[in-house]
Design a protein around this ligand. Structure first.
Ligand code: UD1
Length: 341
């Protein structure tokens, strides 16, 4: 019998890519999503890529009774919990929404795991928990710093909830994956990032500018203490990131966890500046991205990239796709969406 994995937020950007990799790795998957920031077309994309009619249930994880029915209907022993609100700026304007959605959904998932004897959970965390680290690259031992947004705070609080829960109930195993900046799309161009409204993140803004939907990209600040003055991030391919989830689930299923609660940096280990990213995008895709340098964006950190050696060694996982291939996939996806040849 195949193992089944429940993927909450499975219709979203990282959730769809992870579902594809889980199916490729031989798992059965059930997707739960409230479609608040995702489209059914994304689930259809997953079904098309995998050739599997992956079950989908429209459920909000904040609704415990509705989620309980999923735990009764399907037999799974592992959960990947993506379902959450994720826009940093919006979280500042709507903190109650962010605290309620992100914390209630995790509390419901953990409570139901306990009630139904479900053993394993992978939690979507973020490098945002490190704030602006004093020393780079960041290892898992780098101390977390106070969050700079309600969104970031929910990631810290949720990590703590997970840590304390598995410590009190040692029959539960948890892994938090601290993502750096996920970008790109599936090589099939059947799934990718689908931001609603004006994109807040860099790569969707670049692809929409290249596609002519936006007249130019604003680069937020060129007076940082970095070689070209623009901010530095660790951009990780979304398919590589998806594969890290498959490894994390397998690690718990196969009893390879060193402790009940573990956490890993999921990045490439390479710091890339905004300017370098824009130039690489233009070069690899042969398109122009008009840009303007503007002031810094409030709340942005200057630079961060991951030390991935612990994840590489312990998980036996490594980011493989080059930045160029990832940027080509992001453009292929945007072109497909807009019908550009
Ligand atoms: C933020 C969050 C991260 C979250 C991610 C995805 C923080 C510190 N980071 O990452 O936790 O997972 O969003 O939602 O809270 N930029 C421009 N012009 C633009 C857009 C972005 O110059 O139009 C620059 C930004 O200033 C930044 C870089 O591009 O230096 C990346 O920005 P973005 O894609 O928004 O991600 P982060 O802010 O790094």
């Amino acid at each position: 019998m195949k193992e089944m994995v429940l993927v909450t937020g499975g219709a979203g950007y990282i959730g769809t890519h992870t579902t594809v990799e889980l199916v490729n790795a031989g798992y059965d998957v059930v997707i739960v999503d409230n479609l608040s920031n995702a489209e059914m077309a994304a689930v259809e994309g997953v079904r098309k890529i995998t050739g599997v009619d992956v079950p989908f249930e429209k459920v909000d994880c904040c609704d415990k009774d509705a989620l309980n029915k999923i735990f009764e209907k399907y037999k799974f022993n592992s959960i990947i919990h993506f379902a959450a609100s994720k826009a940093v700026g919006e979280s500042v304007l709507k903190p109650l929404l962010y605290y309620r959605n992100n914390i209630t959904s995790l509390l419901n998932v953990l409570t139901l795991m306990k009630e139904h004897g479900v053993r394993n959970i992978v939690f979507s965390s973020s490098c945002t928990v490190y704030g602006q680290p004093k020393k780079l690259p960041v290892t898992e031992q780098t101390p977390r710093q106070p969050a700079t947004s309600p969104y970031g705070n929910t990631k810290q609080i949720c990590e703590d909830i997970l840590r304390d829960t598995v410590s009190a109930y040692p029959e539960i195993f948890g892994i938090a994956l601290r993502y750096f900046n996920p970008i790109g799309a599936h090589p099939s161009a059947l799934i990718g990032e689908l931001p609603k409204g004006v994109p807040g993140n860099l790569v969707p803004f670049i692809t929409q500018t290249a596609a002519g939907l936006r007249d130019h990209l604003s680069i937020f600040g060129n007076d940082y203490d970095t070689p070209d003055g623009t901010a530095i991030r660790d951009y990780i391919d979304v398919v590589d990131l998806a594969k890290a989830h498959v490894v994390a689930v397998g690690r718990m299923i196969n009893g390879k966890s060193l402790k009940n609660y573990e956490f890993f940096n999921i990045g490439t280990g390479n710091g890339v500046s905004v300017m370098e990213l824009v130039n690489a995008f233009q070069k690899v895709n042969g398109v122009k991205v008009p840009y303007e340098i503007v002031g810094r964006r409030a709340g942005d950190i200057e630079k961060i990239w991951a030390d991935t050696s612990y994840a590489n060694k312990e998980l036996g996982w490594k980011a493989e796709r080059s930045l160029e291939d990832t940027l080509a996939s992001a453009w292929a996806w945007e072109k497909k969406l807009r019908g550009i040849k």
